[in-house]
Write a protein that binds this ligand. Structure first.
Ligand code: NAP
Ligand code: HSE
Length: 457
C-alpha cells in the first residue's frame, strides 16, 4: 500500500529527502512504498536540483497538508512561522509529522506534543539534532533506563566546520562561513549558527529528552564563535587545546530527585577549550558528536555528519519509515510516543551558572612592566582561584583591536611603553570566584584589556 508524502520545503534538506524517495533501490523495502504526492515551495520559478513533475509543486503549504493523498507531512521549510502553524494544522488533520525544525521544537515542542497527544498522531524529530546521527531515538528509547548526569556535544556543523578550517589552515572566518553556506550546512540566517542559537535550540531538545521534561529555551545562556579571535584558537593550540563550540546540559546533584521535585540543570553553549585528548577534541569539519554520561551506562558517544542534505535527509526518511512501519501493522492511531506524553513529564529548572565549576582561559593585554604577572596572580589568589599556567606572548601591533566583531577595545597608548600579552589558564574554580578575580584584574593600572575569556574543560 502506497503512503503519500507531503513535503513542505524543497531546499537543502527537502531536495535530499526527495532524492532518497526517488531512488528506493537497495534501501529498506518500505522506501518503495513512499510516494511524494505534493511539495510546497516559496518560489515556483527557482531551479531545482532534481526533476519533479511541475504539478507536484505549489506555493500553498496548506493545500499540501489538506490534500487527501498526503498521509505524512514532512516539514523542512525552517523558520518559526508559518512552520509552527503548519505543523499544528497537520496534527489537527490527524496527519503524522516529521520535522527537522529545531527552532520550532525548542520553543513550541510542548504545545506541539500536547496537540499531537490529543489527536493521537506522531511527531518525529530525529533530523532536528545532529544531522545524520541517530541521537533522538537513542535518548528517548535506548538510554531511557539511565540517570543521565550530563549531555555535552558539538552540535552545530557550521561552526565546527569554520573552527576546524581556521585551526587547520589558518583560513579566514568570513571565507569559511561562505563555504559552509554554499555546502548547505548553515541556517537560512547563519547568525543562528555563529551566535550559538542553533546549538542552544538543539541542547534544549536533547536536555528535554534526557531529563524527561521541557527545558525553557529562553533561559539557556549561549555565546557563539562570532566574537572569537583567531589568535585564541592559535594560542590554545600552542597550549595543548582545541577550541570548539560546546553545548552542555548538566544535572546538579546525584539525580535522585524525589517525585515532584524539579531536576536542576545547568544548560549552556559557548566556545570552549578542550584538551587535545578529550573525546570531543577530535571531531572535525561538519561532523558532530554527542557525549551522554549516565548511570549505569557510563559514557556513550554518538558521532557523524551533523549537517548537509544527505545526512539530514537520512534522518528525516528514518522517521518517515518509522511512521510508515507503524501504519503498515495497523497502528496508525497509536498516539504520540508515550515517552513524550505530558503525563510523564518532569519539571526541569535552569540554575544560575555562577555556581558552576570549570577551568578558564583568559588573555590579557598589559604593560610590559616588572611585577605585573605577580599582581595578576595576587588578584586570582585573593579570590581563591588557583592558576594552572601563565604564559607571556609577544604583543603584536594592533593588539586589542582584532576580534571578529570589530568591537575590540580601544587602541592602547603607545607612549605608555611596551605591551605584553598574557594568557592564564586557571584550575577548576567556581564561576563567581573567577568573576571576582577578573573584576580586580581589570582595575589594575598595568592591565589595559581583558581581551578574551573562554571556558576550559
Ligand atoms: P533551505 O535550504 O533554506 O530550504 C527551505 C525550503 O523551504 C525552500 O525550498 C523554500 O522554498 C521553502 N520555504 C520556505 N518558506 C516557505 C513558505 N512560507 N512556503 C513554502 N515553502 C517555503 O533550508 P534547509 O537547509 O533545507 O533547512 C530546512 C529545515 O531543516 C530547517 O528547519 C533547518 O533548521 C533544518 N535542518 C537543516 C539542516 C541542514 O544541514 N541544512 C540540517 C538539520 C536540520 P524555495 O526553495 O522556493 O525558496
Ligand atoms: N545549521 C545547522 C548546523 C544544520 O550547521 O549544524 C544542522 O542542524
Amino acid at each position: 500500500m502506497t503512503i503519500g508524502i507531503g513535503l513542505l520545503g524543497l531546499g537543502t534538506v527537502g531536495a535530499g529527502v526527495a532524492a532518497i524517495l526517488a531512488s528506493p533501490e537497495g534501501r529498506h523495502p518500505l522506501v518503495a512504498e513512499l510516494e511524494l504526492k505534493r511539495v510546497a515551495v516559496r518560489d515556483l520559478s527557482r531551479p531545482r536540483p532534481l526533476n519533479l513533475a511541475p504539478e507536484l509543486l505549489s506555493t500553498c503549504a496548506e493545500a499540501v497538508i489538506d490534500d487527501p493523498a498526503v498521509d505524512i507531512v514532512v516539514e523542512v521549510m525552517g523558520g518559526l512561522e508559518p512552520a509552527r502553524s503548519l505543523i499544528l494544522r497537520a496534527i489537527a488533520a490527524g496527519k503524522p509529522v516529521v520535522t527537522a525544525n529545531k527552532a520550532v521544537i525548542a520553543r513550541y515542542g510542548e504545545e506541539i506534543a500536547a496537540a499531537a497527544a490529543a489527536q493521537g498522531v506522531y511527531v518525529l524529530i530525529e533530523a532536528a539534532v545532529g544531522g545524520g546521527i541517530p541521537i533522538i531515538e537513542p535518548l528517548k528509547q535506548s538510554l531511557g533506563g539511565n540517570r543521565i548526569q550530563r549531555v555535552s556535544g558539538i552540535i552545530n556543523g557550521t561552526t565546527n566546520y569554520i573552527l576546524s578550517r581556521m585551526a587547520d589552515e589558518g583560513a579566514a572566518y568570513a571565507d569559511v562561513l561562505a563555504d559552509a553556506q554554499r555546502l548547505g550546512y548553515a541556517e537560512a540566517d547563519p547568525a543562528a549558527d555563529v551566535q550559538g542559537g542553533d546549538a542552544a535550540d538543539k541542547i534544549a531538545i536533547l536536555a528535554g529528552l534526557a531529563y524527561g521534561g521541557p527545558v525553557p529555551r529562553a533561559g539557556i545562556a549561549s555565546e557563539g564563535i562570532d566574537r572569537l579571535d583567531a589568535r585564541d584558537v592559535a594560542y590554545a593550540a600552542q597550549l595543548g587545546f582545541v577550541v570548539k563550540l560546546v553545548a552542555t546540559a548538566e544535572r546538579l546533584g546525584a539525580g535522585t530527585e524525589a517525585p515532584g521535585e524539579p531536576v536542576q540543570l545547568d544548560v549552556r553553549v559557548h566556545p570552549t577549550l578542550l584538551p587535545k585528548q578529550h573525546p570531543l577534541a577530535g571531531v572535525h569539519g561538519v561532523n558532530n558528536a554527542i557525549l551522554v554520561e549516565g548511570d549505569p551506562v557510563g559514557q556513550v558517544m554518538f558521532y557523524g555528519p551533523g549537517a548537509g542534505a544527505g545526512p539530514t535527509a537520512s534522518a528525516v526518511v528514518a522517521d518517515i519509515l518509522n511512521i510508515a512501519g507503524i501504519r503498515q501493522v495497523g497502528g496508525a492511531e497509536a498516539g504520540l510516543d508515550p515517552l513524550l506524553a505530558a503525563s510523564s513529564w518532569r519539571r526541569c529548572e535552569l540554575v544560575d551558572g555562577s555556581t558552576s565549576r570549570h577551568r578558564n582561559y583568559v588573555r590579557l593585554h598589559t604593560r610590559d612592566q616588572a611585577g605585573v604577572i605577580g599582581r595578576i596572580g595576587t588578584c586570582f589568589g585573593a579570590a581563591g582561584v588557583s592558576i594552572q599556567s601563565i604564559v607571556q606572548f609577544e604583543a603584536r601591533e594592533g593588539d586589542g583591536n582584532t576580534d571578529q566583531s570589530g568591537e575590540g577595545p580601544s587602541q592602547e597608548d603607545p607612549s605608555a611603553g611596551p605591551c605584553a600579552e598574557i594568557v592564564v589558564i586557571t584550575h577548576e574554580v567556581q564561576e563567581s570566584h573567577f568573576r571576582q578575580a577578573l573584576a580586580a584584574i581589570e582595575n589594575l593600572s598595568e592591565v589595559t584589556t581583558v581581551a578574551a575569556c573562554l571556558r576550559t574543560l
